[in-house]
Design a protein around this ligand. Sequence first.
Ligand code: OXD
Ligand code: MN
Length: 605
Amino acid sequence: MKNRAVRAFVHHWASHTGAAAVQVVSPADEPRLIEEALAAGEIQEVVDGRYYARSFVKDTARSEERTFVATGNPGDRGIYNNWVPSDQIRPKVEALMKGASAGKVMYVIPYLMANPGSPLAKWAVGLELTDNRLVVLHMLRMTRVGPEYLDAIEGDVFVRGVHVTGDLDQLNHGTPEDTRHFVTFADERLILHFGSSYGGNALLGKIAHGLRQASYDGYASGEFLAEQFMLIGIHDKETGRTHYIAGGFPSASGKTNLAMLVPPRALAGRYEATFLGDDITWLYVDPADGRLYGFNPEFGVFGVAKDTNEITNPNAMKAVGPGSGSLLTNVAYNEVTKQVWWEGLTPKAPRDVAGWRDWKGDLISSRPPELQAGAPGHEWSHPNSRFTARLANVPNLSEEWRNPRGVPIDAIIFGGRVHDREPLIRALPDLTTGVYDGLTLGTEATAAAEGKAGVIRYDPMSMRPFMSYAEGPYARHWLDLIGRCRKPPVFAHVNWFQRDNGRYIWPGYAENLRPLLWLLDLAEGRVKGVDTPVGVLPAAEELNLDGLSLAPSDLERLLSCDPALWREEAARRERHLAQFEKLPEEIWQAHRDLVAALTREAKAP
Ligand code: OXD
Ligand code: MN
């Protein structure tokens, strides 16, 4: 690698961590790295060219408590970003990393979180140093890797990332002495992560650079937004037009399934849904046409395996299918047949348990008979087991995926899991109500997630775990940036999760295309909808329900707004928003307008 700043950085950290050797990675190294990882037992073969890995048992997910944003400016402290002063935390992380890669290879991974030629390419250049071969294999799937991306830059503008795995069983996970540190020094564009080899903690291009660092860069430069959003196209074969929708959904709210949606049979003759991204979207305004553009900075999908199957996500099943080269982590593995299984792949676990091991590596056949089929707490796979597949393997990948400019965004949607109050879809009248809605996005805690089941956990714009600066300025940046659009996107809120005595009222998955089509019709004036205090809802006859049978009472429930439930929600929102300093006055006004509209509704005869 030619860049002097790159060489100096590698030199410094190789010496600090005590690595035994340095290797620069390019995609041509993949076959060799696979061979080495197989020989070392780090991965095992899955039938037809796929691979399986098991993690350390306590290292299976992101750790929000151990993730920090550090800068030199106390004004960057937010409610959710776990801000710490850089000079306080830096010596601690550096001390933990000192000599911690002794005897290991330090892999140097040059990468780009954009297509080459993107208007945001400058912010997308990064370098990850890691002492973990499995992390390299993941990065080769999740990012565009190659020395040319760093050799192309002049000067020293690139994100510097160092990942040191650490001695995983000596880190005191979950105790007051927990030594894991995942720190983004956002004003220095430096990422130091110590103490995990889990994707969300260790693939520094993805969450640390692609979300935390990039959202800070987007704000500091005033040029863009980086959000935890999926990105899809909806192509209408009749008109020949494609519309693009970006959307924020807190984890476990169906974002990947929506992103990979296959239209229901009755609509497939006319519409095609194309995939661009399932997790991250960078957004900017092109002054040439005054439109908001978006692209997925990633090169792969790091999806939750649990409950992925032919009904919930047929495209993901193909993306991880035979020949895909995908990696599967912490699912169950059969060492004889070299097959994998996870909860929800099929309704029941394989009956013949011979050869099967659970995600911890224990033989299913040595469990007591009553636990062999799995039971709560004794699942075969980890609830956060993952598949890592290249975008190129996603069958409905949009042709625009390589377009450096990205795609023009027609709509931005938000959605969480809400069992009663949120209608199927409500369009928001303008940018301010859209941003207000995003800031008050919430999802009900499920038994698996932290929090009390059924209680709303607010997750502004689905960025709560990835916020890098304070929420007030974040809201301001949203209003300013999208405010520059001559043709701004429309905003809407969706909810697939209304329930009646536990039963989901809306079938979800493929059918979620229907409310999105209604939104595009509304944006183009083909339907009018019904005005309510919480936005514009579809009139029942405006929703295309061809081929779907839905009881009229269910449809009514899906398309209505209960002002009493909304008044309770408004009170919660007030407390939620009051936490944020310097929240723009427009956002408070949008909130007061909602409260006033709900009050009028209560007084109306
Ligand atoms: C996440 C992820 O943790 O995308 O949100 O992996
Ligand atoms: Mn995510």
